[in-house]
Design a binder for this molecule. Structure first.
Ligand code: CA
Length: 227
């Protein structure tokens, strides 16, 4: 899940980036309205978090233009303006939700989950293997009902393995699809092995049934049973 944050205040932008990354979202930050506008047109995002008071183009103006051009991505407005008139104007310009600064981070995360679920009703939102479950919207992982804390990279690695469960995944595939490394100039094999080892400790360590297996000389496979 990729989120674009359009926010000019460095402190707020940094807090958002760190908090959302900790919640396993991929975050891109634009510091001006122009930059945000360019990124929305150039790349794909699952959600936009938009500040209203921006240098150059105002947030509402950007939003209205994007909606006029047919942008469907959910937009959450984040702002210090909190009069009823401001809220109404924000929602009228095409925002899906509105959060007033200062806000509580758990509330922001809850609203993000709601917006993403609403925008993608038909999508696979949960991946499962045996008692291992990944909620792709809440960005959480549990095994046998116990929460497992993963870093962003570990989460992406596990997501890839879950999507390919039962199939052998090579280090090349992981380098390309998880690390987005196309050139093999800097082999990532050691980095991948370290991440696999950490992931295995967290996902399999305390459990009797091991799910993440190494296929010697080939790669890895996530599956139940030995076959
Ligand atoms: Ca601002």
């Amino acid at each position: 899940m990729r989120i674009l944050v359009i926010e000019d205040e460095a402190k707020v932008a940094k807090a958002l980036k760190e908090g959302l990354a900790a919640a396993h979202y991929e975050v891109v930050v634009a510091r001006t309205g122009e930059e945000g506008f360019f990124l929305v047109n150039a790349e794909t995002f699952d959600l936009l978090i938009l500040d209203l008071m921006l240098p150059g183009r105002d947030g509402l103006e950007i939003l209205a233009t994007l909606r006029k051009r047919g942008l469907q991505t959910p937009v959450l407005i984040l702002t210090a303006r909190d009069t009823v008139a401001d809220r109404v104007r924000g929602l009228d310009s095409g925002a899906d939700d509105y959060l007033v600064k200062p806000f509580a981070f758990p509330e922001l995360l809850a609203r993000i989950r709601t917006l993403i679920r609403r925008a993608r009703p038909d999508q696979v939102l949960c991946l499962k293997l045996a008692d291992l479950e990944m909620d792709l919207v809440a960005r959480t992982v549990t095994r046998a009902g116990q929460s497992i804390q993963l870093t962003l990279r570990e989460f992406e690695l596990l997501e890839y393995l879950l999507r390919h469960q039962g199939h052998i995944v090579s280090r090349e595939m992981l380098a390309r699809e998880v690390w987005k490394e196309t050139a093999r100039a800097t082999p990532l094999d050691n980095v991948i092995d370290v991440h696999i080892a950490r992931l295995r400790r967290k996902v399999d360590g305390p459990f009797e049934t091991k799910l993440l297996k190494t296929v010697r000389g080939v790669g890895f496979v996530l599956r139940e049973g030995d076959a």
